[in-house]
Write a protein of this length. Structure first.
Length: 340
């Protein structure tokens, strides 16, 4: 198949031959990797090597979002650390090739637990280990010295939380499909009850079960993926959002497949305590970060709903997002109200 949604394989082959001669050994074939609701990821092979290709979504690209060059830079830098990432292969910033910036990374042949069937098949002992790996790998990321790997200028940690609230509110205004007054109430509480940040770290920005690839034996994480929101900032934003994802997984399984403690998976509290022990960080202020995590998911879901309304999404499973937004904002408000 020469043409995939958002990926012209002939154009890709021509660029590879011109810019990276010898990398391609044969005709390219590919497929969209299921599950992406934001940036698009493809599996591409020449029957000798296999790569993953990442590009922005087909439409409704918000300012500062979907920055492929930043993704490529951070996984290139982290390859020199103990943080598991896919090998960075090549970056293209020439819009004449695909119309957008994109990059290639090595294809990691492992398991992404992104369906209920895969999660349900995980043995109890393995389920516990998966959660421990999830917490420990996040702690390992936050322990990396950005300056040591050339990322000292990757973000502006000072004032990070204040800018994040403003940024996500602006993205809400750019994406909203209907008026929801509760959003303004959430933003007000995020602003007035904002905590003091701990020491800064490399922040993934969307760290969760379905953004890691486990080895096929379900013993370890082979790669953390989807680095589109990575920056330097407050590491507890990653912890709060991971807690939110686990809370949602225990309730409905709509964003992350349903996981229960009866099946061996760590509860949100166990997960965050594991992180606290491994990292040595104080997580007593976590409720604010949980509220912020719900808010971020609401904005992301609204953006996906907007792209879906425009007919600019690829694949199935998008109808749920617009319906989920009010509930996510309600949960954000509940978490922030708990700070009284």
């Amino acid at each position: 198949m020469r043409q995939l949604p958002g990926l012209d394989l002939d154009a890709l082959a021509g660029w590879l031959d011109a810019e990276h001669p010898g990398l391609r050994a044969g005709e390219l074939t590919g497929e969209v990797i299921a599950g992406g609701k934001s940036n698009l990821t493809y599996r591409v092979t020449d029957e000798t090597s296999t790569w993953a290709v990442r590009r922005p979504p087909l439409g409704h690209v918000l300012p500062t979002a979907h920055d492929m060059a930043r993704e490529f830079r951070v996984i290139s830098a982290l390859s020199a650390t103990d943080v598991p990432v896919a090998p960075a292969v090549a970056l293209c910033t020439d819009p004449a090739v695909l119309g957008v910036t994109f990059y290639l990374m090595g294809f990691v042949d492992g398991v992404v637990l992104d369906t209920a069937e895969l999660v349900d098949a995980v043995p109890i002992a393995s389920a516990t280990r998966l959660g421990e790996e999830l917490a420990d790998s996040l702690a390992a990321l936050h322990a990396v010295d950005p300056a040591r790997i050339g990322l000292s200028d990757f973000g502006r940690p000072e004032g990070y939380l204040a800018r994040q609230v403003v940024r996500w509110h602006k993205q809400w205004l750019a994406s909203q499909t209907r008026p929801l007054p509760i959003e303004a109430r959430v933003v007000d509480l995020l602003t007035t009850r904002r905590p003091e940040s701990p020491a800064s770290a490399i922040v993934h920005g969307d760290y969760r079960l379905t953004n890691v690839i486990y080895d096929r034996g379900l013993r370890r994480i082979e790669a953390i993926v989807d680095w589109e929101m990575a920056t330097l900032g407050d590491p507890l934003t990653d912890v709060g959002l991971l807690c939110v994802y686990h809370q949602l997984a225990g309730e409905s399984g709509a964003i992350v497949p349903r996981m229960t403690s009866e099946a061996g998976f760590l509860t949100p509290g166990e997960l965050t305590q594991r992180y606290a022990r491994t990292s040595g960080r104080d997580i007593s202020g976590l409720p604010w970060y949980i509220g912020f995590g719900y808010f971020k998911l609401a904005v992301i879901a609204e953006g996906i709903a907007a792209r879906h309304q425009q007919g600019k999404t690829v694949g199935d499973g998008f109808d749920w997002f617009a319906e989920a937004v009010p509930g996510l904002l309600d949960s954000a408000l509940d978490a922030l109200d708990a700070l009284d």
